[in-house]
Design a protein around this ligand. Structure first.
Ligand code: FNR
Length: 384
């Protein structure tokens, strides 16, 4: 059981060892700030505008309280489940985070190794700093999903999807809330944007359909290649009637990420997609937007029986995860915490950050008297 990490930590303590960094996920950002360069730190920690929605995402969890139950024989627990066809040891996935080499040179390769060691699915970003084939190889037999930023050119889109399928990515997560970048003062103040420095463009720069549109190779003319990348992925908002294109080019489950309105969730169900991620991109896109957790209950109620509803934005602790699951999420995605783990200690850091969350989640299930995920319901919670 995931809670075993607790005994492991105390056991190692007998030999004088302590964890590589804090086990308190709410202190990870501060710990990472001490080792990260200011540009990358601002890029990871920052949000849109004033940061109001980053804070709202966290505050929303405090508005719900767990109600512990007793004498439920929760000594042994099973948190395993199947999410969109992927068997998982716990309802936790690593959210797609691009440009991970800005926090650690191994970037997504380290994350893939750590995730695979735990059998936790990694959702690889289109904006990966390493080509998807290399990340797939690093992840070995581990479960892997691919996140799509939907490019302007159908040929490039189809090519990326073909490569992802060939490399063993099973589920497609289509991110709809970031077709152009938000106003992000923390990055703007430093004029810091990784992509224009040709970081996070590896999937495109290794793509035959992308390269076919260049007069000279990215090595020979990086500026022109970056400009082509920016044109492909900026200002790329799509319409509902374009979803069939993705179906035609992807055989596995398709998930829409960035849904916040119940009508959009219904529309997604009607469109026949397999799932949604209720997400506001960790507060990075719309300053002043509603907290992602605050819209989860109405969305889960409206469409939870028709497709799988996943959740992200603000999950830090085991209690956070349990709250989202109780409010109808089939699984949660976690973003910044594992990225801070990567910054602090590379592959081992990702593993530590994720194991902390899994152990905390497992113990929270135990001590609230829930043996399995099926035991969770809105009745497990009260409004604070
Ligand atoms: C992201 N996120 C993101 N999402 C996506 O679909 N594709 C991407 O490339 C990225 N890149 C990215 C970079 C960084 C630095 C962050 C912090 C986030 C959003 C991510 O998948 C997820 O929605 C949020 O991170 C969830 O919020 P928390 O857990 O970070 O609060």
């Amino acid at each position: 059981m995931h809670a075993g990490y607790q005994n492991e930590i105390y056991g190692r303590g007998l030999a004088g060892e302590v964890p590589p960094f804090t086990t308190d996920a709410t202190r990870l950002e501060a710990a990472a700030a001490e080792v990260m360069a200011p540009g990358p730190f601002g890029y990871v920690a920052g949000g849109a505008g004033s940061g109001d929605t980053v804070r709202a995402n966290r505050d929303a969890f405090a508005h719900w309280r767990l109600v512990p139950r007793v004498l439920t024989d929760a000594t042994t627990r099973d948190l395993s489940t199947t999410v969109l066809g992927t068997r998982v040891p716990a309802p936790v996935l690593l959210a797609p985070v691009g440009v991970q080499s800005i926090v650690h040179p191994d970037g997504e390769l380290a994350t893939a190794r750590a995730a695979a060691a735990l059998d936790v699915p990694m959702v690889l970003s289109t904006a990966s700093s390493h080509p998807l084939e290399q990340v797939a190889e690093a992840g070995g037999d581990g479960p892997r999903w691919f996140q799509l930023y939907w490019p302007n050119e159908p040929e490039v889109c189809a090519s990326l999807l073909r490569r992802a399928a060939r490399a063993g990515f099973t589920t497609l997560v289509v991110t709809l809330d970031t077709w152009t970048l938000a106003w992000r003062p923390r990055d703007l103040d430093r004029a810091y944007l990784p992509f224009i420095r040709a970081t996070g463009v590896a999937n495109a720069f290794t793509d035959p359909a992308f390269l076919a549109g260049l007069a000279r190779s990215p090595e020979d003319d990086q500026g022109a290649a970056v400009q082509r990348w920016v044109r492909l992925f900026t200002g790329t908002d799509k319409r509902w009637d374009q979803l069939p294109f993705l179906r035609e080019h992807w055989d596995g489950p398709i998930v829409l990420k960035g849904v916040q309105h119940v009508d959009d969730a219904r529309r997604a169900a009607e469109a026949g997609v397999d799932g949604i991620v209720v997400s506001n991109h960790g507060g990075r896109q719309v300053d002043g937007a509603v907290a992602s957790l605050d819209v989860l209950p109405e969305i889960a109620t409206a469409v939870g029986d028709r497709m799988e509803v996943l959740f992200d934005s603000g999950v830090r602790t085991g209690a956070d995860a349990v709250k989202a699951l109780a409010l109808g999420a089939k699984a949660v995605l976690v973003g910044r915490p594992y990225v801070y783990g990567l910054a602090l200690a590379g592959e081992e850091g990702v593993r530590h950050a994720v194991r902390c969350l899994l152990a905390d989640l497992d113990l929270t299930m135990a001590l609230t008297g829930h043996r399995t995920l099926d035991d969770l319901s809105p009745d497990s919670l009260r409004r604070a």
